[in-house]
Design a protein around this ligand. Sequence first.
Ligand SMILES: Nc1ncnc2c1ncn2[C@@H]1O[C@H](COP(=O)(O)OP(=O)(O)OP(=O)(O)O)[C@@H](O)[C@H]1O
Length: 440
Amino acid sequence: MKVWNQARERLQDILSNNVFSLWIEPLSVNERAGDSLSLRCPDRYFGAYVTQNYLDIISKVVAECDDSIKQVRINACCRPTAPSQEPQQLRLPTLPEGVSSTRALHPRYTFANFMVGESNVLAQSACRSMSQLDDAIGPCLYINSTTGLGKTHLSHAIAHQILDLSPMTRLQYLTAQQFAAEMVNNIKSNAMDVFKRKYHEQCDILLVEDMQSLTGKKKTQQELNEVLDTLIKLGKRVVMTADKAPRELIGIDDDFRSRMSSGLVTSIQKPDMDTRCRIIRRKAQQQNLQLADPYVDYLAQHIKGDVRRIESALIAINARASLKQGLIDDQLIEDVVRALVGGSRELTSRAICELVVQQFKVPLADLQSKSRKKCIAFPRQVAMYLSRKHTEETLADIGRIFNRDHSTVMHAIKVVTDLSRRDNSISAQLELLSSKVQQL
Ligand SMILES: Nc1ncnc2c1ncn2[C@@H]1O[C@H](COP(=O)(O)OP(=O)(O)OP(=O)(O)O)[C@@H](O)[C@H]1O
């Protein structure tokens, strides 16, 4: 329809490329009835988001192109075929005061795209509970991890899910730094009443990332503490993320620290081998990249920790393959991994295990067996201890080599640590082995 084509061109000039291609391009004309233009969009969530964030500007531009159009509506999934079918109106007639602030949500950071394993299952299920508004874990959740392990992904997944289930939920998603900046601006412009209303009264769920950035910011801590207190008392939801657990954060007031810890505090660990494989498969699929199983395993064996490194490996594979007519071979994969993790051979718990086998003269099969004889259990525990000390591998990955689970590895580390404290000959033996490991 001509009016929509014209409006689209104007919107393209006004809005950023990202916003235009993500939110405006997928819209198409559903019907023109009287003074109203109805636009069709892919799904309910999409419709609610566009309605909340861009309907005003769309309506203004459409009216500029054709002043007989007084109303624009965004309708999800309504088929253009049946004229008798009333298009489904998404916006509730009584829109609650205050709107969601979700501008930065990544469309792919959903629960479906988050691969779950031992390292993150607690955080993931807590986030699911939060998003389904069930009371299983209470109103307050705090998640911490080192970089690139999925805190932002899970926060966005909560937001997507909530807005999908109930699009009119007033959801505020921001970083602690943004909260601090917004507070300062409101203080300067004498508008703290607006600020307080927004977070105390007009918010159903608050998601705040990077709590560690509040170190030393007393006033912001105090303000956020009050917000948390109010929301929790009102039965609203709060999700916080940080790079450290509350007790490890420095420059944080005791009161605020205790409020942050008042609900479930959980951490995300580095993904184990199996989860890394699944992440690689999913991310490769999203990039239309066909990766044979041995390549998936090779990448997962070498790229551990920060999941962003997996993503950059896949981007590099895609880029290099496109120069070779899409051909992916051993050389290409090895080059990408070498560029990412460096040329030096990475120390693995398997290599450490082989060293222990030689030193203690115990066959590998015995270490992997169920035997609890001291002459087998001790070298096994030492191999686990050394693997944890010298590699980045997860407890689960280390355990797998010995057909054990992560709790057995944790127990082994404790036993060996205690023994080495009490017995000088054992600590000397461990030092010697450690120096041999470093030469591997
Ligand atoms: N379990 C997982 N399954 C799928 N993708 C994952 C998983 N964990 C992390 N990722 C991906 O890794 C990337 C980094 O994740 P994210 O930004 O959520 O990490 P973060 O913990 O918030 O990091 P930072 O502390 O640096 O902000 C994202 O693209 C995310 O999709």
